[in-house]
Design a protein around this ligand. Sequence first.
Ligand SMILES: NCC(=O)CCC(=O)O
Ligand SMILES: [Mg+2]
Length: 336
Amino acid sequence: MADSHCTMGSYPQTRLRRLRRNDWSRRLVQENHLSVNDLIWPLFICEGSSNREPIPSMPGVERLAISLAVEAVGEAVALGIPAVALFPATPAEKKTPECEEAVNGENLICRAVRAVKSAHGDRIGVICDVALDPYSSHGQDGLIRDGYVVNDETVAMLCRQAIVQAEAGCDIIAPSDMMDGRVAAIRGALDEAGFLDVQIMAYAAKYASAFYGPFRDAVGSSANLGSGDKRTYQMDVANSDEALREVALDIEEGADSVMVKPGMPYLDIVRRVKDSFGVPTFAYQVSGEYAMLSAAAERGWLDREKVMLESLLAFKRAGADGILTYFALEAAKLLH
Ligand SMILES: NCC(=O)CCC(=O)O
Ligand SMILES: [Mg+2]
């Protein structure tokens, strides 16, 4: 134990419960704080003029038609949430092996970004994923050649995808594909197209996790992926040093901020990343984490509000600067 801890003294002179006795004192010595400024709200977008589709594996979360998403983002603006992340549920007939829809400037996500930015302007930041899984008939994040998700050809496509999203008004491009070298390539493409101020938030340490299941239901990619997995590009859940190498490369390639994903089971990684690099570090409390807390709360086994706020504060304690969470709107209301 560090010397500074030893000089604290010992019982009976030292009684740590003294500081915990009253609410005012507990508040005074609280080391970490959760605020609305820490929250990023992921939203699912669907086609249609006024559709609102519940997602059974994510109770309380819905896919929203663009017009309703614009209204929902308005609620986030009013609560002071700094950013939203928009995810498209691409209609099945637009998914193809070569993912052409990803680079269509009139696709669902680009139309959604235009509508949200035109309604809310710079009062809120808009984040878009860059990866091909919402558009692929095989459910993989990249292009497949001879049964393998190829890197460099995929990266070229991701650059085009980033450009159409930036043209639509996206503020932060978030590559979630885990191809090697994509951050540098996308930064180069954005700069060349004049998008010098569009940020890159790299899904730097993204694990091949089983906690993404409900998200794949939400964007309709579970059926496409079938029994496939993403272990040739997403990280092995057993690894921790490798996460630091991934983050180091993404920072070197020009990422403005980095992300660890999933969240709660990976707080050790968040801590290591923050301590090692000191860059803006985000964590994604993913769909499976939302689902498990929500399901237990629905059964009355957990107190929804309490576990929500506790889990979010735990991200702050681990060193995260912010959290992508499906609880964002609810948590923001509680924090006000
Ligand atoms: N690229 C975004 C995701 O894959 C989200 C995963 C989840 O919420 O489970
Ligand atoms: Mg990488």
